[in-house]
Every structure is written in structure tokens, then in C-alpha cells.
Design a binder for this molecule. Structure first.
Ligand code: FAD
Length: 374
């Protein structure tokens, strides 16, 4: 059985960024296992979807491109674009991984993880078993959509199941969900000439005193919405708490809300209602402590409470009100995990050239951001 110091599962931005950080530890034996291709989730995005966070080459001034996975690379420079498509971003990740010669095995799904009684983990992969002392779980959310947010959810199509909005049949579509994916669905369908009924609980683009893009609509999508909101092909229905979707005898789909309203539609409703709580971490659900709100409870260094040596990185990481669901947020956690692992294995991390001055690190002033309320 092959043996590693560290295995990262998943080669999205979290897994690739973390691997680049581990690359700074000479003597560390690590590998990345990916069930598909590098950036697989981004390759599965609908053709029209763009990153909502802008890319801009600001790296030499101490503030890395918001979508970069390390301090020196820049998706803006790589793609010559500010809002990259899924394929452009996956190409960027592949380029960075190849340039650093990261040890990645693609097409290698991890199917089971068993903690070893003597410490470490035994992973069952499509190609056999391997042992690792430390395990970093980076499996994201996108490939784990919540297909049944309410009874009858199976009659609907989830945002993550759409390949290309241009290929949709002509007609009127009903979309459930008023955050990023619901709005992206609505705007794309409008742009391709369809009628859209958008059911939202509350307008996420108009929430007083909420500024964090993890909770309120991003300026990018707000701006796109502004261009279509006066269209007579768009109907927005507020306070719509959908509780069920049924199939009628005439073949139509019927959407029911908690307050007794109902709408019929010929096309399956589109779910912009999000992903499984915990996303890919559900694959090893027993190894995590789950909080009352169905989020994973982690130590200060993002380690599992139940399985020491197992770390979580990516959009599922939360600490109190801090939601690390964007690349520019969760990349700030890589260095502390690398530091922990190096410490426990009594190895040394090579200092990063870019953060030697200590004040403004590549990803911002982390001392300020970790402690203060700004
Ligand atoms: C439509 C949309 C737009 C978004 N726009 C932005 C944005 O503009 N800016 C931003 O910062 N964030 C954005 N996000 C969020 C961002 O996509 C995620 O935060 C990011 O993809 C998470 O990266 P990740 O590496 O954790 O997960 P992923 O990119 O999902 O990578 C996880 C990888 O793990 C692999 N995997 C899963 N299970 C296994 C297994 N058992 N064995 C082996 N491999 C496995 C998958 O194949 C995948 O490649 C957006 C999300 C969506 C859905």
C-alpha cells in the first residue's frame, strides 16, 4: 500500500491552492487525487456562467488577483478576462498545476475513508488502497446539488444540471431561488428571449445593512439584473416559500408555496436553491461534527473535531459569522493548515518571497482580517 504524509482530495481551486502551499515544505510526500479533471466542477458550469468576482492583476501591490490560488498567478493575465467562464478558469488551474508540476492523479475517485486506529487514514480509491498521515478534504459543493429541497424536487431541473442556456426550448420558465444561481438562470433565459417567472423568498439584491457577498447578491449580478429587470418578460414573485412541486394530470408542473399560492408551468421548474449542506464533505459524513445549522464544526485550524489529522478546505468552511465560500476568502486558510502539518511532522516551510515584509501578505493583511470587525 502506497503511503503519504498528506493527501488532498479534489483538484478545484481549493485543492490546487493548498497543493501549492504544501509545495513550500521540502521533504513532504503528498499527492492530490481528483475524480475527474483539474477544475472539473468549473468544466461542468453552464456555458454562459462567469465568475462573479472580478479578476485583476494587482499582485505586485500586495493584493493578489481575487480569483488567484497563489500569490503570483493571475486568472486575469492568463485568460485576458475579468469575469472568466468555467472552462477558462479550469484552464487557468491546469496551467498553474502543470507549471508547478503538482503531483495530481486525475480520474481517481476516493470512495471510502477509514481512520487508522494507529493514526492517519486509509483511502479506498478506484485504483486500490493507500495510507496517508494527514488528509485534506477539498471536494467542493458544485457536484453535490440538493435535488430535493422540498417534496417533488425531483420534477425540477437543478442549475447544476444545465449545460447551455441557449439549448433550452422556447417558452416560459419558472425559477425557484433568488440568489446567484437563480438570478443567473433568469438573466440567461431572458437574454435568449424566454419568459421568466422568478420565485424568491426575499430580494437578495436589496437587503439593508448586508454587505457580505456570501449573503447578498454580488454587484456583478446586480448590474446584470438592472439591465433586464424592467423587461415585460420577467415576473418576480416575492415572499415565495416553495413547499412542494407536483405533476398535474395534464402533464404540467405545479409549484406550491407555504401561503397557498400555486403556479402551473409546462417546463420543469428550475432549482436555484443551492447545494447539499456540507457539499462533498457529505461523502465522509461521519468523520465531521455537524452543528445545529447543518454546517461542519471545525477547530481553529479547520481540522475535524472527530478525526484529528483531517482538514476541510473550500467553500464549506465557516467560523461563526465568517463564511469562506469565495476563493479570495478560503485561500486565506491554506497557509495555516500547511503550517500545522509542517509543525506536526517537524518539517520547515520555505518562506514565501512575497510576504517577507510581514505586513501585507499576498492575500491581504491577515492579522487585521482575522481579528478586527472591519
Ligand atoms: C455558479 C457559481 C459561480 C461561482 N462564482 C464564484 C466566483 O465568481 N468567485 C468565487 O470565488 N467563487 C465562486 N463560486 C464558488 C466557487 O465555485 C467555489 O467556491 C469553488 O469552486 C470551490 O472550490 P473547491 O475547490 O472547494 O471545489 P470544486 O471546484 O468543486 O472542486 C472539488 C473537486 O473535488 C473533486 N472531487 C469531489 N469528490 C471527490 C472524490 N470523492 N474523490 C476525488 N475527487 C473528488 C471534484 O471532481 C472537483 O474537481 C461560484 C460557484 C458557483 C456554483
Amino acid at each position: 500500500m502506497q503511503s503519504f504524509d498528506v493527501v488532498i482530495v479534489g483538484a478545484g481551486p481549493a485543492g490546487i491552492g493548498m497543493a501549492l502551499e504544501l509545495n513550500k515544505i521540502p521533504g513532504l510526500k503528498y499527492g492530490v487525487l481528483e475524480s475527474g479533471r483539474i477544475g472539473e466542477s468549473f468544466r461542468c458550469w453552464p456555458a454562459q456562467t462567469r465568475l462573479i468576482t472580478p479578476s485583476f492583476y494587482s499582485n505586485p501591490f500586495g493584493l493578489a488577483d481575487l480569483n488567484a490560488v497563489d500569490a503570483t498567478s493571475s486568472p486575469a493575465i492568463f485568460a485576458g478576462a475579468e469575469h472568466l467562464s468555467g472552462n477558462q478558469y479550469a484552464d487557468y488551474l491546469t496551467f498553474v498545476a502543470n507549471a508547478a508540476e503538482l503531483p495530481i492523479a486525475c480520474g481517481c475517485k476516493v470512495m471510502q475513508v477509514d481512520p487508522d486506529p494507529d493514526g492517519g487514514f486509509i483511502l479506498l480509491t478506484e485504483y486500490g488502497k493507500l495510507f496517508t498521515q494527514f488528509l485534506i478534504w477539498a471536494t467542493g459543493e458544485y457536484q453535490f446539488p440538493d435535488l430535493k429541497p422540498f417534496p417533488g424536487g425531483h420534477w425540477c431541473r437543478h442549475y447544476a444540471q444545465i449545460e447551455d442556456w441557449q439549448a433550452m426550448e422556447a417558452g416560459t420558465y419558472t425559477i425557484i431561488g433568488g440568489y446567484e444561481s437563480g438570478l443567473d438562470s433568469a438573466i440567461n433565459l431572458l437574454e435568449f428571449g424566454h419568459q421568466v417567472r422568478l420565485l424568491v423568498r426575499k430580494p437578495t439584491w436589496d437587503l439593508p445593512d448586508v454587505y457580505d457577498p456570501s449573503q447578498t447578491l454580488s454587484p456583478f449580478t446586480r448590474e446584470r439584473l438592472r439591465k433586464v429587470e424592467s423587461s415585460n418578460r420577467l415576473q418576480i414573485i416575492y415572499d415565495a416559500d416553495v413547499v412542494e412541486v407536483t405533476r398535474e394530470e395534464n402533464g404540467n408542473f405545479c409549484i406550491h408555496t407555504a401561503d397557498g399560492r400555486r403556479w402551473e408551468t409546462t417546463h420543469p421548474p428550475i432549482l436555484g436553491t443551492g447545494f447539499l449542506k456540507g457539499g462533498g464533505a457529505r461523502q465522509i459524513t461521519d468523520l465531521w461534527m455537524w452543528g445545529d445549522d447543518d454546517h461542519i464544526v471545525l477547530s481553529d485550524v479547520d481540522e475535524s473535531i472527530y478525526a484529528p489529522g483531517l482538514f476541510l478546505i473550500g467553500p464549506q468552511v465557516r467560523h461563526d459569522l465568517r463564511i469562506y465560500c469565495f476563493i479570495y476568502k478560503f485561500r486565506q486558510r491554506f497557509a495555516r493548515i500547511a503550517h500545522q502539518i509542517a509543525l506536526r511532522l517537524e518539517l520547515v516551510i520555505e518562506p514565501s518571497e512575497k510576504s517577507e515584509d510581514g505586513t501585507w501578505g499576498p492575500f491581504g493583511n491577515s492579522e487585521c482580517c482575522e481579528g478586527c470587525e472591519c
